[in-house]
Ligand binder design. Structure first.
Ligand SMILES: NC(=O)c1ccc[n+]([C@@H]2O[C@H](COP(=O)([O-])OP(=O)(O)OC[C@H]3O[C@@H](n4cnc5c(N)ncnc54)[C@H](O)[C@@H]3O)[C@@H](O)[C@H]2O)c1
Length: 255
């Protein structure tokens, strides 16, 4: 029997990319799933494809708003009574040099990638404490500890997620809540497809080739490569692991 059977797993950004792949994997493991996303239509498509009936609920929510975070936590508790595993994952990327950025782009990316992660942890931790414990896996990035031109907004938000992960792990260790971070390099999802098109509208494949040539394993991650690390961190096999990160980058940053 799967150790995730009947565990309640809440996934933000669950309609697409990494979040969708997480949902598919937890579904195979007989978990109960709360899928959260701002994209209502894709969310419903993903739920239908999972075909889990009332073992999966969806919550349309914008994670940059605290009232919507409270809503997804309350709905999870109302429907399933608890949250065992939190995949704090919804994120966006904006690629601009500092001198090109403005207050609106700063507010947008930090609203989702920093405030959304922070307040997501706050309200889920409160729910997990009521339930005697749980596991949180935040989605960081190789940009949680490195730097690149045009990446200050995204990188600063992902550095913040690393810092929050470490603080939360210390604060919650004696409450039975483990908090860890997964740090992927480029993954084959829509997020990278959009990024490649913005960087080189005439030849997005050139961006893929350039990144792939810098990665020792010679390719982007597939979502499953990253999900494998998240499943490990969420599992009892990682019961002595908290406050740390797993890098899934094909050897790119050798961190
Ligand atoms: N794709 C990569 O190369 C890569 C690399 C490193 C880290 N990451 C991180 O992985 C996570 C998932 O990224 P992905 O590649 O699956 O991206 P994606 O764009 O494929 O999927 C992200 C999902 O988040 C949802 N979302 C966006 N803003 C939201 C909001 N305000 N509220 C609720 N949902 C919202 C989107 O609708 C989408 O369904 C992100 O945190 C991202 O920063 C991605």
């Amino acid at each position: 029997m799967s150790e995730f059977k009947d565990k309640v797993v809440l996934i933000t950004g669950g309609a697409a990319g990494l979040g969708k792949c997480l949902a598919e994997n937890f579904a195979k493991e007989d978990a109960k799933i709360v899928l959260v996303d701002i994209n209502h239509d894709k969310l419903e498509e993903t739920k239908a494809a999972l075909n889990l009936g009332d073992r999966c609920i969806t919550v349309s929510a914008d994670v940059s708003k605290e009232s919507e975070i409270i809503k997804y936590v309350e709905k999870a508790k109302q429907h399933f009574g608890k949250i065992d595993i939190f995949c704090n994952n919804a994120g966006i990327v904006i690629n601009q040099q500092i001198k090109e950025t403005d207050e609106a782009s700063l507010d947008k990316i930090w609203g989702i990638n920093m405030k959304g992660f922070y307040l997501g942890m706050k309200h889920v931790i409160l729910a997990m404490e009521e339930n005697g414990g749980g596991a949180i896996v935040n989605t960081g990035s190789v940009d949680s500890y490195s730097a690149a031109i045009g990446n200050a907004l995204y990188t600063s938000s992902k550095y913040a997620v690393l810092a929050m992960t470490r603080c939360a792990a210390l604060e919650e260790a004696d409450k039975g809540i483990r908090v860890n971070l997964v740090c992927p390099g480029p993954i084959n999802t829509d997020l990278m497809r959009d990024f490649e098109k913005r960087k080189n509208p005439d030849n997005p494949q050139a961006i893929i080739d350039s990144f792939s040539s810098q990665i020792p394993l010679g390719r982007y991650a597939e979502p499953q490569d990253v999900v494998n690390a998240i499943l490990f961190l969420a599992s009892e096999k990682a019961s002595y692991i908290t406050g740390t990160k797993i890098v899934v980058d094909g050897g790119w940053t050798h961190e």
